[in-house]
Design a protein around this ligand. Structure first.
Ligand code: HEC
Length: 188
C-alpha cells in the first residue's frame, strides 16, 4: 500500500523536566512509520468489528470469533435460533453466531466485509467512506440507511487516515463467499 501513516511523539516529557528549554535543544522527535494495512488491521482488531461481523463458535469460555470466517458477516446458511420478542429488550444480538440482531427496526444481518463478490470486492475507498460517514448502505447515494446496531455514527468519528487504513486492510483479508441475508424491516 502506498499510503503511509506517520506517528510523531514530541519531546513533551523532556520539556516538562526543563532539560530542553529552547526548541533547538530538543532532540529530533521520534518518528515511527506504519503502513496503512498494518494500521488498519490494528484498528479493526481493536474496534469491535469482529463482535458483529465475524461468526462465533461456542466454547466453555463463551463465544469466540471463528477466524476462518473472519469478517464474513452473517452466514447465509445459518438460521437464527428462535427468540422470544417479549424478552429481547431494546435489542439483542441473536444466537447462534451473534452476527444478526433484532430490535424495533427489524432483523439486521452483519455485512460481509471481505473482498469477495458477495462482500466488498470492487468497493472504492470513497464508497467505504460514504458508508461509514453517512450511513449509506453499499456506500452509494440513493440507498437505504445502514441500520442498527452497526455503530457507524461512532466509527465515523475516526480520522480519514484511519478509515482509509481500515479499508486498505479489509481489501487484503481472505475473500469469503457469503451472501448475507437482506435486512428484514419490522412490520409496524
Ligand atoms: C454491534 C454490531 C456491529 C459492530 C460492532 C460493527 N458492525 Fe458493521 N454492521 C453491523 C450490521 C448489523 C450491519 C448491517 C446493517 C444493515 O443491513 O443496514 C453492518 C454493516 C456494515 C457496513 C455496511 C455494509 C453495506 O452493505 O453497506 C460496513 C462497511 C461495516 N458494517 C463496517 C464495520 C466496521 C469496519 C466495524 C468496526 C470498526 C463494524 N462494522 C462494527 C453490525 C456491526
Amino acid at each position: 500500500m502506498h499510503t503511509r501513516i506517520t506517528l510523531t511523539w514530541v519531546c513533551a516529557g523532556l520539556l516538562a523536566l526543563g532539560s530542553c528549554q529552547k526548541a533547538a535543544d530538543c532532540p529530533e522527535p521520534e518518528t515511527q512509520t506504519v503502513d496503512a494495512v498494518t494500521r488498519g488491521a490494528y484498528i479493526v482488531a481493536t474496534s469491535g468489528c469482529n463482535d458483529c461481523h465475524t461468526p462465533k463458535t461456542m466454547t466453555d469460555h463463551g463465544p469466540v470469533p471463528d477466524m476462518t470466517r473472519l469478517l464474513s458477516g452473517h452466514p447465509v446458511n445459518e438460521p437464527i435460533a428462535p427468540y422470544d420478542p417479549a424478552t429481547v429488550g431494546p435489542w439483542v444480538l441473536l444466537a447462534p453466531g451473534l452476527t444478526a440482531a433484532v430490535g424495533p427496526w427489524g432483523v439486521t444481518y452483519a455485512a460481509n466485509l471481505t473482498p469477495s463478490e458477495s462482500g466488498m470486492k470492487g468497493w472504492t475507498e470513497e464508497r467505504f467512506m460514504k458508508a461509514i460517514r453517512e450511513g449509506k448502505h453499499m456506500g452509494l447515494d440513493n440507498t437505504r440507511p445502514i441500520m442498527p446496531p452497526m455503530p457507524w455514527q461512532e466509527i465515523s468519528k475516526m480520522t480519514d487516515e484511519d478509515l482509509k487504513a481500515m479499508f486498505a486492510y479489509l481489501q487484503t483479508i481472505p475473500a469469503v463467499d457469503n451472501l448475507v441475508p437482506a435486512f428484514a424491516p419490522a412490520a409496524h
